[in-house]
Design a protein around this ligand. Structure first.
Ligand SMILES: Nc1ncnc2c1ncn2[C@@H]1O[C@H](COP(=O)(O)OP(=O)(O)O)[C@@H](O)[C@H]1O
Ligand SMILES: [Mg+2]
Length: 235
């Protein structure tokens, strides 16, 4: 029984059909990667799962419950958290205030323990606890976006292009941390345009092309596929 099952999902922005029947699964404890060119529908897939751009048809099931029409604000309580593309931290709020927002309707000891865990994963955030988020580097804001998503204690963490626009040394650090988060039992659905790191860390991957799944395979097989290499691995 998959943790997440997306079946034939279509999604629209006005008259534009961004998803033309996407199907994918994430098993418990898995890291799954979604790769694809700019505009392929990667972000829209994550947005549909998280209720931000609701599916116009198809079905999404998480932990045996249908969530196709569950509104976005209920998703953290259902166990799904998204660290969106472009990070979206609140720039005038401090690191700590941004993290507290992620705790979402939970209070007290549990939240304190989660905060400690996020600071263990990203010591940089603890050092910058009282700094305004908008004054941090791109990589630090990405850490904050992931940290904030973790504060909801998700069972599925979705990451939209965590390496975009970030210095290589921080990308490496972020990917190490994604591995740690996964080893703690959180399943991860990862979107990347630059697929090298993503295919290294994931077990399986899907290639999206213009709103459709063009290819699905083990990450090792995808990495060895000449078409994938040419299009997505810069080799
Ligand atoms: N807010 C929006 N309004 C209209 N079209 C959009 C919007 N967001 C995305 N699209 C379109 O939907 C398609 C898929 O976009 P997106 O999911 O963002 O792709 P990706 O994340 O793979 O780059 C693209 O054709 C894009 O232009
Ligand atoms: Mg995108």
């Amino acid at each position: 029984m998959p943790l997440l099952e997306v079946s034939d999902v279509r999604a629209h922005y006005g008259s534009i059909e961004a998803l033309k029947g996407v199907s994918l699964t994430v098993e418990p404890g898995e890291v799954v990667t979604l790769i694809g060119a700019n505009g392929a529908g990667k972000s829209t897939t994550l947005r549909s799962i998280s209720g931000l751009t609701p599916a116009t048809s198809g079905r999404i099931v998480f932990e045996d419950h249908e969530i196709t029409r569950v509104p976005a604000h209920e998703m953290p309580a259902r166990g799904i958290a998204l660290a969106p593309e472009g990070r979206h931290c609140f720039p005038r709020m401090t690191v700590r205030e941004n993290l507290d927002l992620g705790a979402y309707r939970r209070r007290g000891q549990e939240v304190a323990a989660d905060l400690e865990r996020v600071f263990d994963l990203f010591p940089r955030l603890q050092e910058r606890e009282n700094q305004k988020a908008g004054t941090m580097s791109g990589g630090e804001q990405q850490m904050l976006a992931i940290g904030r998503a973790l504060m909801a204690r998700p069972r599925l963490l979705m990451l939209d292009e965590p390496s975009m626009g970030i210095a290589p040394i921080l990308v490496q650090r972020i990917y190490e941390t994604i591995g740690e988060i996964n080893r703690s039992g959180v399943a991860i659905l990862l979107v990347e345009q630059n697929a090298n790191y993503a295919l290294d860390i994931s077990r399986r991957g899907y290639v999206l092309e213009t709103g459709r799944v063009a290819l699905a395979n083990d990450s090792a097989e995808l990495r060895d596929d000449p078409d994938v290499q040419r299009a997505y691995l810069g080799t």
